[in-house]
Design a protein around this ligand. Sequence first.
Ligand code: GLU
Length: 431
Amino acid sequence: MVYSEMLLKKLKEADAKEGDRISVRRGDEEYVGRLMPHHDFSAPDVLILKMKSGYNIGIRVLGDSEIEVIERPSIVAVKREETKAREGLPNFTLVSTGGTIASFVDYRTGAVRPAMSASELVDAVPELRDIANIKARVLFSIFSENMNVSHWQELADVVAEEINSGADAVIIPHGTDTMGYTAAALSFMLGDVPRPVVLVGAQRSSDRPSSDASSNMMACARFCAEGKAAGVFVVMHEALGDDLFSVHIGSRVRKMHTSRRDSFKSVNVPPAATVRKDGSVEYRGELRPPSKGKAAARTAMDERTVLLQYYPGMDPKVFGPVIMGSRGVVIAGTGLGHVGEPMCGILKEACEKGIVVVMTSQCLGGTTNMNVYDTGRDLISAGVISVGDMLPEVAYVKLMWALANSKSADDAKRMMVEPMANETGSRRCVL
Ligand code: GLU
């Protein structure tokens, strides 16, 4: 749908073009923002403005509304920084996968687009070069809802390759939506990786005033530069301000809020460390120190694995075929790890067929304990295993990995209850 004749005339009279900062006034009301392209689904008399906050709003323009251009978009020359390696600094590789952290608002189209080149990515946070020699590569330019198992596999291979070519740390800018899944996948695939491998994201792209992109990236680099911990981690804002950042264990973290800067939380454990704005790092426990060893990626995954959240009234007729067609199923059960009776039957059948059935809890906090109520006991005697305080999505990723890296279903079950990447405190894992 295009603009109405009246609105087209007003835009023409004001000489307002997409990308211009304009004011739309009617009586006492005034809106100022950047003119975005007209959406097909917007009414013909509605203008889309991108506000300073980064959000778009639609404004209905009436016959007596006035439009005025305040500013034309400026063309900013990008200054390329000196990239010669500096002696004495550690060497970090940035492997970008996309997401908001690697994106910029395109003020012509109004869309958020991923960074096109590795240098563009580092130039967005030039202070990184004071901390380390940065080699950057763009592996994917996608939003993380489009990540799948083959992306995890390719990423794990690239991380191992970079470490084995001398990287002291690998930093992975990543979309926040599925960052927890990728962190879990890398945790299992890379095992005892000898250097820090840190995923980092942002809730607002780097050209927005409230962006958390560079502050998260700097905190991430500072943590890596300390050189005190090896393993897979996630670094994101700990609080709403710009002064505290959490380092989460890669197999223990979840995005808990759709938009807040502090949306990432460690679940069932404290964060591994806190990074302050001044660069100091406070560690919360013993972490594995980095070593000179080599990295190896074990990337096989069995994708015949499903993750299901139980809900009251879940119909075994609908989910039976899904479960029976899988090699492994993770259930996010209620409370201590339960499903209703009709679903118990189908899970029992699945266990008898040799399908690995794993119980987690949709409560997230706390641990499964299937010995307390009859439902849980019935599930245990049917062969369902319970994995304590492991997050459902982490159990799902681990089950894919365990099925592909074991000789039998029993072997995979043993792997599921044994902590391999700090994904569970083993207290209540039950085989
Ligand atoms: N949904 C996108 C993603 O996860 C953008 C959100 C973000 O990066 O925070 O990649």
